[in-house]
Design a protein around this ligand. Structure first.
Ligand SMILES: [Zn+2]
Length: 508
């Protein structure tokens, strides 16, 4: 075995495994191509379009007209309601069955008059799970509605992403059918992906890279993609790597699901409300299936004065007190364009002692020298501050990102904990099951940072234990980007938004 591995070479062995995962090379006969099994058309599909954002109760009373896959709808900012009548074949007993839905725009599935799942191709959410394992007693025939907003995650920019919206965009339904989802294939694909990434990213000077590579190669040898009876033994091989634990000194990453939705950015405010609905309901579905999963969200701090900031804290703390019976300890503000030196004082006065943002990693000129430090304001107030070293609020839970989070920690030797925010963030959507499945395999695998689900409370409490060694930064946290964005001088109404979104623009 060892001899043949040497002859194959590192690159050949890597490619053997990679080709199994490819969506583009050999999907007719590789593992990736087996993710979905039998398919079945819908019983019927009809739609109703409206320029308004209307409640479900009102929508379902409208007149729906027959439509089909391939048809287009729109234009921009309209809503297309689809009525989906489906019947799951009896012979799919025991199978996991999905409604596969690929369309432009952002969708929400309604079942029994309740929102149950967001569907956005851009956010890698194209499946609504109808059943985990079809039982005889379950309803096989049902009607669901899919409410599709005619805009993308980033609005509907004409030409480029953040350009003013194109009011005439058309949106197309590309796929709507029932399908058997092969969960065992999915799990194997994630196993292979993590091992291939370890082999590639840990590098040739690292023996762990070769251990992962050789195990992946043995897995390819054992695997018959047409015979699921071979899968358990292949998965067992993968777990031989994932279950080899780290030493005590390994870096620990506190992963938190995240979603960053600006109050209104490239879309009308009313769409922000629906973006939240699609994201939150998707997160709740994930929590039902993954009890350890945690989720954090926040609001931007683009406010014009210290007083309005204090009022915002007051509102936020009242909400926390009412909903959770305690005050919030952290100021979670991932995306504001720089931070005034008055903020630490305001935070401490409002019961906050921890602060998190990732925005300063966007600075064009200087790299901020710390990931974890005390930030001191103009009156000497201090808050324990963390910049997630992955430099993003929208990680995907990949090996590369977790290694970056560990390697980019600017306080190595002083702080051994970092935060990692994962999920389709900007514009909404949130995490996916695949992201969670990736990180489960990295919970404690020798050679990779430990990745555990966490909360801001748990995370900052760990940091506080390490605080004696931290540096202090005094004064403003200035962002060297997005210059000239704020002022109290000129009110500009953005074109094409019907006057719904206004932005204060600096005129220097
Ligand atoms: Zn933002």
């Amino acid at each position: 075995m060892a001899g043949s591995l040497v002859l194959k070479g590192r690159r050949t062995a890597l490619e053997r495994a990679e080709k199994l995962l490819s969506e583009h090379c050999f999907p007719d006969c590789n593992l990736r191509g087996r993710l979905f099994g039998d398919t079945c058309p819908l019983v019927s599909l009809s739609c109703f379009q409206t320029p308004q954002r209307i409640p479900h109760d009102e929508a379902v009373r409208q007149e729906f007209r027959p439509t089909k896959v391939g048809d287009s709808f729109g234009p921009t900012w309209w809503t297309c309601w689809f009525k989906v009548e489906l019947s799951i074949p009896r012979e799919w007993a025991g199978k996991e069955v999905h409604l596969l839905w690929e369309s432009d725009g952002e969708g929400m599935v309604w079942r029994d008059a309740q929102p149950v799942q967001g569907l956005t191709k851009e956010g890698e959410k194209t499946s609504y799970i109808l059943t985990d394992g079809l039982k005889e007693t379950e309803p096989h025939s049902l009607t669901v509605y899919v409410e599709v907003a005619c805009n993308g995650l980033f609005g509907a920019g004409k030409g480029s992403l953040i350009a003013p919206p194109d009011p005439d965009k058309k949106f197309t339904l590309n796929k709507a059918e029932l399908v058997v989802f092969n969960r065992d294939v999915h799990e194997l694909l994630v196993d292979f992906e993590i091992l291939v990434d370890m082999a590639k990213l840990l590098g040739e000077e690292n023996q762990r890279s070769f251990q992962a590579l050789y195990v992946a190669n043995q897995m390819v040898n054992l695997l018959d993609v047409t015979d699921s009876c071979t899968f358990p033994a292949v998965r067992h091989l993968a777990s031989s790597i994932f279950s080899q634990k780290n030493g005590e000194s390994q870096h620990t990453i506190h992963a938190m699901g995240h979603c960053h939705i600006d109050s209104a950015w490239l879309w009308p405010y009313e769409e922000s409300i629906r973006k939240c609905a699609r994201s939150w309901v998707t997160v709740i579905r994930l929590m039902e299936k993954n009890p350890e999963f945690t989720f954090v969200c926040s609001q931007d701090g683009n406010l014009p004065s210290g007083e309005s900031m204090v009022r915002q804290f007051l509102q936020g703390q009242r909400f926390f007190q009412q909903q959770f019976g305690k005050l919030c300890s952290e100021f979670w503000l991932p995306d504001t364009f720089g931070y005034s030196a008055q903020l630490p004082q305001l935070m401490r006065g409002c019961g906050i002692r921890w602060f998190l943002t990732q925005k300063l990693s966007w600075s064009l000129v200087n790299t901020f020298p710390h990931s974890t430090f005390f930030w001191e304001g103009i009156d000497g107030s201090q808050v324990l501050t963390h910049f997630p070293p992955g430099n993003s609020y929208a990680l995907k839970g990949r090996v590369e990102e977790m290694m970056k989070t560990m390697n980019n920690n600017r306080d190595k030797g002083r702080v051994n904990h970092s935060a990692a925010l994962f999920g389709f963030g900007d514009g909404g959507g949130g995490p996916t099951q695949k992201m969670l499945d990736r990180m489960k395999r990295m919970s404690d695998t020798d050679g990779l940072p430990r990745v555990q689900m966490s909360t801001p409370d748990r995370f900052f409490s760990m940091l506080e234990k390490e605080k004696t060694q931290l540096f202090t930064w005094i004064g403003e946290l200035f962002l060297e980007l997005h210059n000239g964005t704020y002022t109290t001088q000129t009110q500009v109404t953005m074109p094409g938004m019907g006057g719904e979104i206004r932005q204060w623009v600096e005129t220097i």
